[in-house]
Design a protein around this ligand. Sequence first.
Ligand SMILES: Cc1cc2nc3c(=O)[nH]c(=O)nc-3n(C[C@H](O)[C@H](O)[C@H](O)COP(=O)(O)O)c2cc1C
Length: 185
Amino acid sequence: MKTLIVCASKYGSTLEIARWMAERLGADCLTEKAESMPDPSSAELIILGSGIYRHAVLPVLQEYVTRFADVLKDKKTVVFGVALDTTGVFINGKVDGGWDYILPLIKRLPTPPIHAGLLGGEINPDKLDTKDREGLKKFYKMLYGQERPIPYKTRMNKKEVWDFAEKILERLERPIPTKLTVEGR
Ligand SMILES: Cc1cc2nc3c(=O)[nH]c(=O)nc-3n(C[C@H](O)[C@H](O)[C@H](O)COP(=O)(O)O)c2cc1C
């Protein structure tokens, strides 16, 4: 199946995950950066992926969906977010993180995706630009009550990505869902 993976990735982990996914999905699979706004018209399946920043997908992927809404309406799509917190936590009486990172993008799609989910990413302090480094320093200070070096953390897991790709292959056998039902959100 002709597949296009469109990635919004600041530091490369979403792109790496897209390559792992393409490897499992097989031959006719092209991976492009969302910034280059690749035309999805000739693809049968479009997979939209983004690194998660401050609880949201990167704006360029939202722009992509808006720009190509007319084409995406009749296509099979998949959404994935790449984050450190893939499950979310229950805090102060509400769910924070996890699915809430990608639901706004899912809701923005003209037709519900056939599959969606969060996959583990990584933070490499050596790669971060000044703004992100300062932002994370503040976050860790708030968390631990004192300044700390930003730790290297990885949740990148090829098996997780291949399992996700296998689920996509399974879902391709079914018709496209006609209606998005997300109770209570
Ligand atoms: C400034 C900054 C903010 C982030 N915010 C979140 C967040 O809100 N939730 C989360 O789970 N991960 C967060 N992360 C982790 C990223 O989602 C993770 O590094 C991801 O792998 C980035 O993807 P990319 O390398 O493709 O850009 C953040 C990382 C940075 C640097």
